[in-house]
Design a protein around this ligand. Structure first.
Ligand code: GLC
Ligand code: MG
Length: 253
């Protein structure tokens, strides 16, 4: 057996269908992560599309290790405190650039294919809809050009063939991870990001090590095929089992 890697690393993972989805594999992964954090000061961060409200529901149903920071709502809120009471004001002010929620909602409301998601999933810097896969291919570019015409170069992120998130140009999971790395002074090579769907792609574009679970959604597999590099690893196993595979592949554990 190889000696364990004793260097601390930053572990960032999506939750639904990435960290969560296989309880037995999650229990095994948790042991590795908890002991690496304890012995070598590695850091654990969740980067989820869920709001804090939905995160708390999941955290009460599954055994999740307490994270060192929590990124919710597709990177539009970031919490550094253990109780997740206060989302980071510096991050919020970065998100506010080039963003006007009311105007963006008004432009999007002309598109009847867009069905607003529940209130809990909307926040000052995230506007979320359901959009059927069958019409997404034509609706998204039309919405994008309607927004551009009014001067909004914002992000449109489509995930899992159903969710469309409108986010500030400075906000997504990848930019949130970069912000956090800079605050903690952690190099990209010492960082691994894990995901399964469209809203995770932003995390995979940087120099961090990327782990795509074996059960990834088509939009992410397509991205992987077009962007394979030695920094990206597509696991054979699903969910937490795939993460364990990736941690070993990149020699983090
Ligand atoms: C989560 C969020 C939802 C978002 C989706 C994709 O399911 O609750 O608002 O659209 O992730 O990012
Ligand atoms: Mg997911």
């Amino acid at each position: 057996m190889n000696a364990p890697n004793m260097n601390p690393f930053l572990f960032v993972t999506d939750l639904d269908n990435t960290l969560v989805g296989d309880d037995a594999a999650l229990a095994e992964l948790n042991q590795h992560l908890a002991s690496h954090r304890e012995q070598y000061d590695s850091k654990i961060v969740y980067a989820t599309g869920r709001s804090l409200y939905l995160y708390r529901l999941l955290a009460s149903a599954k055994s999740l290790l307490p994270p060192d920071a929590l990124i919710t709502s597709v990177g539009t809120e970031m919490y550094f405190d253990r109780q997740h009471q206060q989302h980071d004001p510096e991050w919020a002010s970065i998100l506010s650039q080039g963003w006007n929620r009311e105007e963006i909602v008004e432009i999007a409301s002309q598109f009847t294919q867009l069905q607003p998601q529940p209130k809990s999933e909307q926040n000052p810097y995230k506007i979320s809809y359901y959009l059927a896969q069958a019409v997404a291919g034509e609706t998204i570019p039309q919405l994008k050009s309607a927004l551009n015409e009014r001067g909004y170069k914002i992000k449109l992120i489509y995930s899992a063939g159903q969710d469309l998130d409108l986010l500030p140009k400075n906000g997504d999971k990848g930019l949130a991870v970069k912000f956090l790395r800079q605050r903690w002074d952690i190099a990209p090579e010492q960082t691994i990001v894990c995901g399964d769907s469209g809203n995770d792609i932003a995390m995979f574009k940087g120099e961090e090590k990327s782990l795509i679970v074996g059960n990834a959604k088509p939009e992410l597999l397509q991205w992987y095929e077009a962007n394979s590099s030695e920094n990206n690893y597509l696991a054979k196993s699903a969910c937490a089992g795939g993460i364990l595979e990736g941690l070993k592949h990149f020699s983090f554990i």
